[in-house]
Design a protein around this ligand. Structure first.
Ligand SMILES: [Zn+2]
Ligand SMILES: [Zn+2]
Length: 407
């Protein structure tokens, strides 16, 4: 489904001359989740059940990203009263999709269900301009006992975790494997760092050091990932600011973009503490619902992350950053612009709150000394099924370079 045709917005952006990305009149917003698990690895939902949830909830694209496996080949899963595939779940699948669509066999006295492949899911659920799967994998690696998880998007072949000599090295070897596969097979790919605070695995310097791509999860819906940090560890937003400054001033690696994802594992019990679908997603501004279009827009930074706030338009450039919120009646929105300014040739306070407003559109005029600016929008609405109790619905808009980054 297309969201929010942007003809007028595109015209006004062209006239205003401060367009961060070339927007054309037929670009629209597409909603998607790039991180989800099924019975192919450690999720508890059959692949068709997980896919069905996203289709029914008006998503436009989905990446099933199971651990170190693609949803391909023949795989049988044992049906067990005490396991992840309960007989009641199978009965529900038969009820939803028809008895013929659920393939059962007996194997040495055990009842088993064949897992539906991505190829089959495409046949059942994909519709041009309506719903698209992008093949993916959570490359699940570790350094010593520290989890290092990287999502690879639009893969054609599985990538085996490659190890390495540090968290940063393990990460970068896997990110490079995603990049190399894209180069070798001449297809766009994308890698993102998953849940940096899971197991307190990544320092902000580790996150900053990602090469060959520039994405991390600023929000992950799994309840064990510590998006907000703790008294000893930075929040994901703080990591974001610190990482960007290091990348711009020392590493020469450019901006870092933030995604929101579900990391869903639990399809049968919807509550806080379970890893459910629908918590965090991205909205990507693309000309078409295709892997090429979506990944191209993501690499251009033309997207935002959300846990509930909907945005009509983000218009950002060297001089001006504005966020036009699709406000709901009776809901308040606070937009905060964060950035880091150069002060006498040195970076000033990292991730400074440059401007805060409840106006809509929310506008920040850059002063010329900013390395970068990014924006968040926080609503007064509680997230209906949050990663952590008390979370408010938010949106995270991508950073843009300021003039100070050019010098
Ligand atoms: Zn993970
Ligand atoms: Zn995961």
């Amino acid at each position: 489904m297309r969201h929010q045709p942007l003809l007028l917005v595109a015209v006004s952006m062209i006239l205003s001359g401060c367009v961060s990305q070339p927007a054309s009149s037929d670009a629209g917003w597409f909603k998607g989740n790039t991180h989800a698990h099924t019975l192919w690895s450690d999720g508890d939902g059959a692949p068709e059940l997980v896919a069905d949830w996203y289709v029914e909830h008006d998503y436009d694209f989905l990446v099933l990203s199971d651990h170190n496996i693609l949803s391909a080949g023949e795989r049988w899963f044992t049906i067990d009263e005490t396991g992840r595939l309960h007989p009641d779940h199978v009965a529900a699948l038969q009820e939803r999709f028809g008895t013929d669509a659920v393939v059962i066999r007996e194997d040495n006295g055990r009842r088993q269900m064949r897992l539906v492949t991505l190829e089959e899911l495409r046949g059942r659920f994909e519709q041009p301009n309506e719903f698209l799967f992008i093949q993916g994998e959570e490359i699940t690696d570790s350094y010593e006992r520290t989890p290092v998880h990287i999502n690879g998007l639009n893969l054609a072949e599985v990538i085996n975790p490659d190890g390495g000599s540090s968290v940063s090295d393990v990460m970068n070897r896997n990110v490079q494997a995603v990049y190399d596969q894209g180069q070798r097979l001449d297809r766009p790919t994308l890698a993102h760092i998953n849940h940096p605070n899971y197991g307190w695995a990544f320092t902000w310097q580790d996150v900053a050091s990602i090469r060959h791509d520039r994405f991390f999860e600023v929000y992950n819906g799994h309840s064990a990932v510590h998006n907000a940090g703790d008294h000893e560890h930075d929040s994901m937003e703080r990591v974001w600011d610190r990482a960007i400054v290091l990348r711009l001033t020392e590493l020469d690696l450019g901006l870092l973009y933030g995604l929101a994802t579900d990391d869903g594992h639990n399809s049968h019990e919807m509550r806080v503490g379970r890893a459910n679908p629908g918590r965090g997603w991205i909205m990507v501004r693309s000309h078409e619902l295709s892997a090429d279009g979506l990944l191209g827009a993501l690499h251009a930074g033309d997207f935002y992350a959300s846990s509930g706030v909907v945005i009509n338009d983000v218009n950002s450039g060297h001089h001006h950053y504005s966020v036009d919120i699709a406000a709901q009646a009776g809901v308040g929105y606070t937009t905060r612009f964060y950035g880091t300014r150069m002060v006498v040739d040195e970076p000033g306070p990292v991730g400074e709150l440059l401007h805060e407003t409840t106006d809509n559109p929310a506008v920040y005029e850059l002063q010329g000394d900013e390395l970068y600016v990014r924006a968040t929008v926080t609503s007064t609405t509680l997230h209906p099924n949050p990663h952590a109790a008390g979370d408010l619905e938010m949106a995270w808009c991508q950073p843009v370079l300021g003039e100070a980054a050019e010098h």
